[in-house]
Design a protein around this ligand. Structure first.
Ligand code: HXC
Length: 257
C-alpha cells in the first residue's frame, strides 16, 4: 500500500485519505493506484458498506500532477491509456463513495470528486477546472460531469475562465450535497456514511445503480430500469425484515441478503 494513500476502517465505513500534503495532494500514478487498491480492498470487505474519500484541510487534490505529465507525448498518453487505466476505479465501485472535500479540488481533483457518488464540502472548499491555464483541457470527466451537475452556463464559465467556485456557489449550483464547517467535515461525513452502511447493502447498491442510470438513459428507459430493480428488491430477506420491523414498531436487523 502506498504511503500517499492512507486507509482506515471506522465501523462499517472505509476511509481513504490522500496524503501528499507537500504537493497539495496532486494526483500522480502512485496516488491514483493507491486509491484504486484501497477501493479494491473495501469492495472485497463484506463488513464495509460505504466509502469516504478525503484529502486534508488544505486540499482534496489540486489536480493531476503537472510535473508528472508535463513531458508526456501523445503516444505515451494513448498507449498507457492515461486516466482510463487507473482513475476510473472509483466509477466502477458498487458501494457508495462520498468525497469529503476541504480546500482545493481543482482540475483532476475536482474531476475525481465528481466521480464519487456525492460531495460533502467544507466551507473552505474551492472547486475549479483550471486546465486551460496550462494549455490543456479537463480529461477525467470535467467537461461531462460538471455540466450535468451545474448546468452548461456555469460549466462553461469554470472550464473557460479557470476561475474557482467556493462551497456556497457549488452547493447552490448542485455540485455539492452538503456544506459542513471545516472542523466537522470528516466527522459529519463519517456519520452520513455510517447511516448508509447501516442499511441493507444490496438495497444501497440498487439505489446507487438506479440513480446513476438517470445519467445514462432516457427517462422512460431509466424508469423501466428502476421498476425492474424495485421488483427484484422483493426477493430480499432485508425487504421482509425492513417492512416487518416497521409494522412491529422495532428496529430492523438487516443481513445484506
Ligand atoms: C503538481 C502541484 C499541483 C499540481 C500544487 N502543486 N498543485 N504540483 N501538480 N496540480 C504543488 C506546488 O508546485 C507546490 O510545490 C505545492 O504544491 C504548493 O503549491 P503552491 O502553488 O505553492 O500553493 P498556493 O500558492 O497556495 O497555490 C495553490 C494553488 C496552486 C492555487 C492550488 O498550487 C495551483 O494553481 N496549482 C495547480 C492547479 C491546477 O492547475 N490544477 C490542474 C492540473 S491539470 P513546491 O514544491 O513548489 O512547494 C489537471 C489535468 C486534468 O488536473 C486532466 C486529467 C486528470
Amino acid at each position: 500500500m502506498s504511503k500517499l494513500v492512507i486507509t482506515e476502517v471506522h465501523g462499517k465505513v472505509g476511509l481513504i485519505r490522500i496524503s501528499r500534503p507537500e504537493a497539495l495532494n496532486a494526483l500522480n500514478n502512485e496516488v491514483v493506484d493507491g486509491i484504486g487498491a484501497a477501493i479494491d480492498g473495501f469492495e472485497a470487505d463484506e463488513n464495509i458498506g460505504c466509502i469516504v474519500l478525503t484529502g486534508n484541510e488544505k486540499a482534496f487534490a489540486a489536480g493531476a500532477d503537472i510535473g508528472f505529465m508535463k513531458d508526456f507525448d501523445y503516444m505515451h498518453a494513448y498507449k498507457t491509456d492515461f486516466i482510463t487505466r487507473n482513475w476510473e476505479r472509483i466509477k466502477t465501485t458498487r458501494k457508495p463513495v462520498i468525497a469529503a472535500v476541504a480546500g482545493f479540488a481543482l482540475g483532476g481533483g475536482c474531476e475525481m470528486a465528481m466521480m464519487c457518488d456525492m460531495i460533502f464540502a467544507a466551507d473552505t472548499a474551492k472547486f475549479g477546472q483550471p486546465e486551460i491555464r496550462l494549455g490543456t483541457m479537463p480529461g477525467a470527466g470535467g467537461t461531462q460531469r460538471l455540466p450535468r451537475a451545474v448546468g452548461k452556463a456555469k460549466a462553461m464559465d469554470l472550464c473557460l475562465t479557470a476561475r474557482m467556485m467556493d462551497a456556497a456557489e457549488a452547493e447552490k449550483a448542485g455540485l455539492v450535497a452538503r456544506i459542513i464547517p471545516a472542523e466537522q467535515l470528516l466527522d459529519e461525513t463519517l456519520k452520513a456514511a455510517a447511516t448508509i452502511a447501516g442499511f441493507s447493502l444490496p438495497v444501497v447498491m440498487m439505489i446507487k445503480e438506479s440513480v446513476n442510470r438517470a445519467f445514462e438513459s432516457s427517462l422512460n428507459e431509466g424508469l423501466l430500469f428502476e421498476r425492474r430493480v424495485f421488483h427484484s428488491a422483493f426477493a430480499l430477506e432485508d425487504q421482509k425484515e425492513g417492512m416487518a420491523a416497521f409494522v412491529e414498531k422495532r428496529k430492523p436487523a438487516f443481513r445484506n441478503c
